[in-house]
Design a protein around this ligand. Structure first.
Ligand code: HEM
Length: 142
């Protein structure tokens, strides 16, 4: 799927503003882990500093994957399989909480936040989320 140029520009501008604020991903994970006990449990043994770096990278990768970038699509595939039922077992419903928490965090961190920005984040992240959900049941041996 290709995301139109305007959406991509709006998204990447907002992402830049968010990533320059060191509180961005800390705030996201603070909110995400308290949103639900299943999520809290999943991260109980996680090094959250490392996790923030992985998420930082994967947000860019999803943006590139929407542009049919091969390396980014391969990366997304690996991350998706790692979240599948037989590995991390991240149920599809949890991605909806993930997106809701991310949008709430962006609305706090991006000083230029408005509907257009929310729509751009939703479009770009939904591309990654739909792909990850589609791999939930795959047998990772294949
Ligand atoms: C599009 C959404 C998401 C993206 C881009 C994403 C990205 C990532 C990445 C890049 C990693 C590191 C993978 C590795 O170590 O190889 C990771 C690990 C993980 N993710 Fe996600 N994730 C997403 C959604 C979720 C959701 C909804 C949950 C629900 C709880 C979740 C839970 C985890 C857990 C538990 C780990 C492993 C942490 C550890 O190593 O202890 N992720 N994620």
């Amino acid at each position: 799927m290709q995301i139109d140029e305007t959406t991509l520009k709006v998204f990447s501008g907002s992402l830049e503003r968010c990533q320059t604020n060191p509180k961005f991903l800390s705030l996201f994970y603070q909110k995400f882990v308290i949103s639900n006990s299943e999520i809290r449990e999943k991260f109980s043994n996680t090094d959250m500093e490392n996790q923030k770096m992985m998420l930082h990278a994967s947000i860019y990768m999803i943006m590139l994957a929407t542009q049919s970038n091969d390396a980014a699509s391969t990366y997304l595939d690996i991350v998706a399989k790692r979240h599948s039922k037989s590995v991390l077992d991240i149920r599809p419903e949890l991605y909806d909480i993930w997106l809701e928490t991310l949008l709430e965090t962006v609305s706090i961190i991006d000083p230029m936040y408005k509907d257009e920005i929310e729509t751009a984040w939703t479009k770009v992240m939904t591309y990654g989320i739909d792909y990850m959900k589609s791999k939930y049941d795959v047998d990772i041996e294949n």
